[in-house]
Design a protein around this ligand. Structure first.
Ligand code: ADP
Ligand code: MG
Length: 252
């Protein structure tokens, strides 16, 4: 567990505050994530999970606090968020694929247009990644020809091809039909095993327990618990966490 900020710390957040029109959405958030660590963020709707992820790649302005990515201070003046977003992969619940472009074209956009990589090299990377998520034969399909689970796997590949230092996942299976959830969770499990540093927001409790090195439980914009998955799921420290877990208790 990376409590200390050291050379192996990929992401460090200290005293982060974020408000929308004076209404606090994140209060005094501090956490540090080490290389290859998987952090799962749990909490009820509206507790600030998405806002936290969005602050990490500059989709939200923060009021105070420090965010550091592999030693680069992101929260100061003059941060080039376009550059930062190349280092932070993010996958959303809605796939955000361009409908008029094939899976492959969607994936190649970042490496070719943003990173200016050579096409042959980017193509080889795209093929390898598509193969890894079981979608190589779908490379020329348009989003409308893909299932939700397939679209989400393409969205993951589109993020991975940028070689991010960390991957953020915001409830990426929440809109999927049940039979497609597993194939997407499996891709995230594979990524975790391969050593990717990840922050995952999910409501899939069994998956959370299986994939996490660490769980944070949030409520009303605060981190209420920061624990190992084992401890969190067997003996949550707070009444709020116990109540939250009870909602999912039928799964046990
Ligand atoms: P979660 O992802 O945990 O459901 P969010 O991070 O989306 O929660 O939201 C946290 C709080 O911030 C909520 O009270 C929500 O209404 C508020 N909020 C989120 N985005 C905005 C926004 N763009 N403008 C105003 N309020 C927002
Ligand atoms: Mg959310």
């Amino acid at each position: 567990m990376a409590k200390l900020i050291g050379p192996e710390t990929v992401l460090a957040i200290e005293g982060l505050h974020k408000a929308f029109d004076g209404l606090p959405a994140l209060r005094n958030i501090s956490l540090a994530l080490g290389r290859r660590e998987v952090l799962v963020v749990l909490g009820p709707s509206g507790c600030g999970k998405s806002t936290l992820l969005r602050c990490i790649n500059g989709l939200e302005r923060i009021q105070s606090g420090k965010i550091t990515l592999n030693g680069t201070l992101l929260s100061g003046e003059g941060t080039d968020w376009r550059k930062v977003r190349q280092r932070v992969g993010m996958v959303f619940q809605s796939y955000e694929l361009f409908p008029h472009m094939t899976a492959l074209e969607n994936i190649l956009l970042g490496p070719l247009k943003v990173q200016k990589r050579r096409r042959a090299e980017a193509l080889a990377d795209a093929a390898a990644l598509l193969d890894r998520v079981g979608l190589l034969e779908k490379k020329n399909a348009f989003p409308r020809q893909l299932s939700g689970g397939q679209k989400q796997r393409v969205a993951i590949v589109r993020a991975l091809i940028m070689n991010p230092e960390i991957m953020l996942f915001d409830e990426i299976t929440a809109a999927l039909d049940p039979e497609m959830v597993r194939e997407v969770l499996d891709v995230m499990l594979g990524l975790a095993k391969s050593g990717m540093t990840m922050v995952i927001v999910t409501h899939e409790m069994q998956f959370a327990r299986a994939v996490a090195d660490r769980i944070i439980f949030m409520d009303s914009g605060e981190i209420v618990e920061d624990n190992t998955p084992e401890a969190f799921f067997t003996s949550p420290q707070t009444e709020r966490a116990r109540k939250f877990l009870n909602i999912f208790a039928f799964e046990a």
